[in-house]
Ligand binder design. Structure first.
Ligand code: URP
Ligand code: ZN
Ligand code: ZN
Length: 488
């Protein structure tokens, strides 16, 4: 029997904080040796001239998810995870969405049933909470956390999804007690509604008006409130899909103060802008997402905040809806913009875009690329025990990148079920050419070698807030509040 199942030889290996030349030996699905001149393997992959990087972890994507109005995403767990794998990912964390009246146990069971037979790479779930009843708060959330679901998403907007501030505080309290992270879709519901009403009343109904209908100030106000609520309880919050400089600054300021605040942005806010929505007919609907695309200056600011570390997480927010009655146009072929399904595809392009335009163009280092691809996510979302770096003892989840391969992006070359990419026509250099999951080659020479259902559910650990001291609010401190212990 060979010493190794697989050796990846002669590549440049990089993690979030180091880059070195080494061979990687893999045994029983784990990285078992990192050294020079490893031999005695069943399979040797020559990685000379290539980068050997941890498999990406895509931490914000909507897969086989019903929207609150009953729409199903275009991708199921097979097409989405195949597409993710072609984009250099070996793990995804999509959402399991509670709709009002549903029990979390039922929702989770349903999403396990969707993912298990189809996912080709490993997966976990964040749970979306829309109905924080006493049962959900006291029993269901703690049970989900004990089952390895250590993050929850809440919405501050959308009638069928939103929680109010008191509900958010209750959710944060449970999350704090059990070591979970609360992800927040932060937009001010009233400001958005006010804008939407004004635009529709004045007959501005085309898709492009979606952009001004969710004003920048709406995002900033809601991020400010989220940070205030999270900081009040000294429990971690992660603001998802940040699209504005004002929002990013609030996150940076909170982090400077040691508060437990994380920020995420997405490729659409770095590579696209709102003017691109000014298209004939309903074509602009393809670019309706929330928060919306902003202007070119905002795009530059979001890049800067990614570079300076304000955002620790960079996710696709893959939310695939086709431009037809199954998706974007479910309310009719000429629906006004508030009735258009929101979301863009991007699970396959997330990492190639950042590698080409971020790393190869000198905007970020290779190690920063790895941190955004996998390393930061593994720590924040509790996967660091098994994923996120090429380390002896961790899963051999590896993507081998060819930094010289240049290709034009077209919808035809994507592996999702969308038939559309917002990045059509871009020339991208640097692609993952071999992808390995737990030691098995799942993509090589543009060919998929993974079976449906090959992915495993991964139980996640509590959020890691190392280096974020926070503080106990005086009113919650028995030393300052006449002795009341809130048992937080
Ligand atoms: O437009 C978007 N992003 N749709 C997906 C749902 C969400 O809020 O992330
Ligand atoms: Zn959202
Ligand atoms: Zn989303």
């Amino acid at each position: 029997m060979s010493k190794f199942d697989l050796v990846i030889a002669s590549g440049t290996v990089a993690n979030s904080s180091e880059t070195f030349q080494a061979d990687i030996g893999v045994k029983n699905g784990k990285v078992s040796a990192i050294a020079k001149n490893l031999t005695d393997a069943e399979l040797v992959i020559d990685a000379s001239g290539k980068y050997v990087l941890p498999g990406g972890i895509e931490a914000h994507c909507h897969i086989e998810q019903e929207s609150s109005s009953g729409l199903m995403t275009a991708d199921d767990f097979y097409s989405a995870t195949v597409s993710a794998a072609y984009g250099g990912n070996t793990c995804v964390i999509p959402f399991a969405a509670q709709h009002r009246g549903q029990s979390l146990a039922h929702v989770l069971e349903s999403y396990h049933g969707r993912a298990k037979p189809k996912a080709v790479i490993d997966y976990s779930f964040h749970m979306i909470i829309t109905d924080p009843t006493d049962d959900v708060l006291n029993y269901e959330m703690p049970r989900a956390i004990s089952q390895g679901i250590t993050s929850f998403k809440v919405y501050m907007t959308y009638d069928r999804l939103k929680v109010d501030d008191q509900q958010l505080l209750k959710i944060l309290t449970v999350a704090k007690k059990h070591g979970a992270l609360t992800m927040v879709h932060a937009e001010n519901d009233a400001m958005n509604k006010w804008m939407i009403d004004k635009l529709i009343d004045s007959d501005h109904t085309a898709p492009k008006y979606h952009a001004p209908s969710h004003p920048r100030a709406s995002e900033a106000e809601a991020i400010n409130r989220t940070i205030a609520l999270g900081t009040f309880l000294d429990t971690p919050v992660l603001i998802v899909h940040v699209s504005t400089e004002a929002g990013a600054r609030l996150i940076a300021k909170a982090r400077y103060r040691g508060q437990k605040v994380f920020g995420e942005t997405c490729p659409q806010y770095m590579f696209l802008h709102a003017e691109q929505m000014d298209l004939p007919g309903m074509q602009g609907a393809n670019l309706c997402c929330s928060p919306p695309l902003r202007d070119r200056a905002s795009r530059d600011e979001i890049w800067r905040c990614l570079q300076n570390g304000t955002f620790q997480v960079y996710s696709s927010d893959h939310a695939p809806y086709r431009l037809d009655s199954t998706g974007k146009l479910h309310a009719g072929p000429n629906a006004s913009f508030p009735k258009i399904a929101n979301g863009l595809p991007g699970i396959e392009m997330r990492l190639p875009l950042l590698f080409s335009e971020g790393y190869l163009k000198g905007r970020i280092s290779l190690n920063h690329f790895v941190a955004l691809a996998a390393g930061n996510v593994s720590k924040i979302y509790g996967l660091d025990h098994c994923k996120g770096s090429i380390t002896e003892g961790k899963d051999a989840d590896i993507a081998i990148w060819d930094p010289t391969l240049s290709r034009e992006v077209t919808a035809d070359t994507m592996h999702d079920d969308m038939g559309f990419t917002p990045y059509e026509g871009m020339q991208i250099t640097g692609w993952p050419t071999t992808v390995i999951q737990r030691g098995r080659v799942i993509i090589r020479n543009d060919t998929l070698h993974a079976d449906r259902g090959a992915g495993n559910f991964i139980r996640r650990q509590p959020v890691d807030c190392t280096g974020m001291p926070g503080r106990l609010e005086p009113e919650l401190d028995p030393n300052c509040n006449f002795g009341v212990d809130f048992n937080l």
